[in-house]
Design a binder for this molecule. Structure first.
Ligand code: AHR
Length: 498
């Protein structure tokens, strides 16, 4: 099996916005409590944040972090999460049927973001609440001083404004499962009015409106056009969400799903540009892919008792093949970085997450941690439009899937190239040749592969390295051409530099 790639400095997609490698932290299950905030944990810092988790999140290098939901935000009173801890109310969270203690809120989140080197991206509640509460939280977070909400923040101990630049106008309001579910017209109107008030409070902020919560939604397409009609002049980004899974055990089909993600992006871009054309606007709306991941293992899990605090929810245990799917999704994001400027892996700790924790105990990395960390750390710079010729396969949901899926990123200094390559052939290695024509003097500096004989192998607290990248040998650069034999069913990262 052979595939051929041509790379050239002049074939460019776009600069990669570092925010493509963001994360998402929701008040859901054990993400916040026992995940990032556990004051009694042996590694807890003065804020009660787990240092072991902070170190791992730093390895993921997520420049932006979305919060506090997700479905949770559509019933959230942000005022419950500020002020003295002993005065914060305990509330029923109707989204996940859990008890929310509110001992972690907006200020704690901003502090945690600083600790993990992320920029906060805060969603406002446009489900059960509206423009008034949305503009109040912007004032609380961003106004320097001298107004009721900004002075309250200072009284709470945060003298300097948080300077939150990115705000989401609600979450998945096209979905009937959402508290305060709306029609596109209802949402478009309230999002427009909230956006106006929020930007009048702080004109430096950027806003994300809700697109469809999935490509399969019955209102997909019509929702985007209607919402954009109301919000085009107010917003900067339209959001987009996708989760994939392999419920029927069809791996070849599962590994074609990242191509679906690419098409979904192209369709949403088409909607954005159609809305722009209709109003004769030169402004271009960019995409915020602010929830994406594999999510299916926990679908059949036993439900915890309702109204318990920090229950085990959505704790998917990820396998080798899930890491391949996540790798493919990262390649789709990089190859669409001309329009996707923000991405948020959903989520980060314990809840459909790359990082898992034990209460009072260890933290460990799931299989999907690795492709994300590698792309986030090495996939910065300029995405190249790689011309790839690969043998194809047919599967249940798609015909003509290239076995080789690849993204190439030129480093910020212009003298290094990183290749992210997914070999989707489950049984045969792939001989990949890469014509490096315009890149004189590039040499192979490193090559790692993520693979395992058992595609269902996974990591655990006791065996955290079962699925982890390993150094590879045998590739060569000769006469301006790289040749590498990519193992069957593997995610590969090849670094070339002078
Ligand atoms: O990430 C889990 C959930 O998936 C989020 O709360 C919601 O926005 C989406 O449906």
């Amino acid at each position: 099996m052979q595939a051929h790639v041509i790379l050239d400095k002049d074939y460019i997609i776009s600069d990669v916005d570092p925010r493509l490698y963001g994360g998402f932290a929701e008040h859901l299950g054990r993400h916040i409590y026992e995940g990032i905030y556990e004051p009694d944990h042996p590694t807890a810092d003065e804020h009660g944040f787990r240092r072991d988790v902070i170190e791992m999140v730093r390895e993921l290098n997520m420049p932006v972090m979305r919060y506090p939901g997700g479905n949770f935000v559509s019933g959230y009173n942000w005022e419950d999460g500020i002020g003295p801890l002993d005065q914060r109310p305990r509330r029923l969270d109707l989204a996940w049927k859990t008890l929310e203690p509110n001992t972690f809120g907006t200020n704690e989140f901003v502090d945690w973001c600083r600790a993990v080197n992320s920029q906060p991206m805060i969603a406002v509640n446009l489900g059960t609440r509206g423009p008034e509460e949305a503009r109040n939280i912007v004032e609380y977070c961003n106004h320097p001083k001298g107004s009721a909400w900004s002075d309250l923040r200072r009284k709470h101990g945060w003298e300097e404004p948080h300077g939150v630049k990115l705000w989401c106008l609600g979450n998945e309001l096209d979905g009937p499962w959402q508290m305060g579910h709306k029609s596109a017209t209802e949402y478009g109107r309230v999002a427009c009015e909230a956006a106006k008030l929020m930007k009048w409070t702080d004109p430096s902020i950027q806003l994300v409106a809700c697109g469809s919560s999935g490509r399969g939604m019955p209102t997909f397409g019509a929702w985007e056009l209607e919402v954009l009609d109301h919000t085009y002049d107010q917003i900067d980004y339209l959001s987009i969400h996708s989760y994939y899974g392999n419920r029927d055990g069809d791996t070849a089909n599962y590994l074609s799903k990242p191509d679906d993600m690419g098409e979904f992006i192209e369709e949403v871009v088409a909607c954005c540009d159609a809305a722009g054309a209709r109003r004769k606007s030169r402004k271009r709306i960019m995409l915020s892919f602010d929830e994406w991941n594999v999510w299916f293992h926990s679908h059949d899990a036993t439900k915890p008792e309702p109204w318990s605090e920090a229950p085990h929810l959505l704790e998917d245990r990820y396998t080798m093949e899930d890491a391949l799917c996540v790798g493919g999704m990262l390649i789709s994001l990089i190859n669409h970085c001309d329009r996707v400027k923000i991405g948020c892996l959903a989520q980060v700790v314990n809840v459909i997450a790359p990082i898992m924790t034990e209460e009072g105990g260890r933290a460990w990395r799931q299989s999907i941690f690795y492709p994300f960390a590698q792309a986030s750390n090495l996939g910065r710079g300029t995405a190249l439009r790689a011309l790839t010729t690969s043998p194809l396969y047919d599967c249940k949901d798609r015909k003509g899937v290239p076995y080789l899926k690849l993204a190439a990123v030129l480093g910020p200094e212009g003298d290094a190239v990183t290749l992210f390559c997914l070999n989707r052939n489950l049984t045969e290695p792939m001989e990949m040749t890469v014509d490096l024509r315009a890149f004189e003097g590039l040499e192979l500096k490193s090559w790692t592969a993520l693979r395992h004989d058992d595609l269902l192998a996974s990591n655990s607290a006791d065996a955290p390295q079962t699925v982890a990248p390993a150094a590879m040998t045998g590739a060569r650069v000769d006469g301006g051409q790289l040749t590498a034999l990519l193992p069957a069913a593997s995610w590969n990262v090849l670094q070339l530099a002078k």
